[in-house]
Design a protein around this ligand. Structure first.
Ligand SMILES: [Zn+2]
Ligand SMILES: [Zn+2]
Length: 251
């Protein structure tokens, strides 16, 4: 299965990176259904404009911070001349904000017409044959970690968290862990108050969880270059890669 990184910056875009968006173009567990998964809709979501989309697009939102939801307002163009049904997933607060404070508000001219599905940590659901579970992360305003289990592989998406490790069991032994690392260790003093991770936090989460492959994303947009160059990350996490916009990974 292929994962494509459409946006890998935290907070705001820069010349190299747009904000959070990950795309699985062929995510269905059964070949009968043609569906794609989108993890967060930051500004990187615009990169789906003009692509041939599957007949169903499932958009999973971690939380309502703008670098994760503002791309929902690009749906008009993303869906232009496409025959694609969109469903948006998130916790009740995030969906409510998307419905009433982003769409249907002075911020944007239209109301949200797409289906929404509320997720709770206690109740995993099945989407296109894939088991989808969520875990509440420590972050100002909250954020959801996602775990997707196919019969033969698994993916965890953990973004916008202080990296307190409470979610380690939730992501244990996944084939691919996509984890935020907004700050290099030199800026660790900014990580805790903003609810983000420094390098040491992602190293600990990756090692303790036993993730087979790791992609580091949600990079501080004031940083240029590969985050793997920081803090001895190549040696600490030989199974990790620093995500960049356009990166395609198989797992
Ligand atoms: Zn963010
Ligand atoms: Zn956030």
């Amino acid at each position: 299965m292929n994962v494509e990184f459409l946006g890998t910056a935290g907070y705001h875009p820069n010349e190299q990176r747009h904000t959070s968006c990950v795309y699985l173009a062929a995510a269905s567990a059964n070949h009968a259904s043609d569906c794609g998964f989108v993890l967060d809709a930051g500004t990187g979501f615009f990169r789906l404009c003009g692509r041939a989309l599957p007949s169903q697009l499932h958009i999973f939102l971690s939380h309502a911070h703008l670098d994760h939801i503002c791309g929902l307002t690009y749906l008009l163009d993303v869906l232009w001349q496409q025959s694609c049904a969109v469903t948006i997933y998130g916790d009740s607060q995030t969906l409510q904000i998307a419905r009433t404070q982003l769409y249907g508000s002075p911020l944007f001219s239209l109301t949200l017409q797409h289906a929404t599905v509320e997720l709770t940590p206690q109740q995993p659901i099945e989407v296109a044959g894939v088991r989808v579970s969520v875990f509440p992360l420590a972050h100002p305003g909250g954020s959801l970690a996602y775990r997707f289990d196919w019969s033969t592989r698994s993916l965890a998406y953990v973004t916008d968290t202080c990296g307190d490790g409470r979610y380690i069991d939730f992501i244990r032994d996944v084939d691919l862990l996509i984890h935020e690392r907004n700050f290099a260790n030199a800026l660790a003093h900014l990580a805790a108050p903003s609810g983000h991770c420094a390098s040491d936090d992602v190293v600990r989460a990756a090692q303790e969880s036993g993730a087979k492959q790791v992609a580091i994303t949600h990079i501080n947009p004031l940083q240029s270059g590969d985050p793997m160059d920081d803090d001895d990350l190549r040696a600490c996490l030989p199974n990790a890669v620093g995500a960049v916009d356009g990166l395609m990974l198989s797992f």
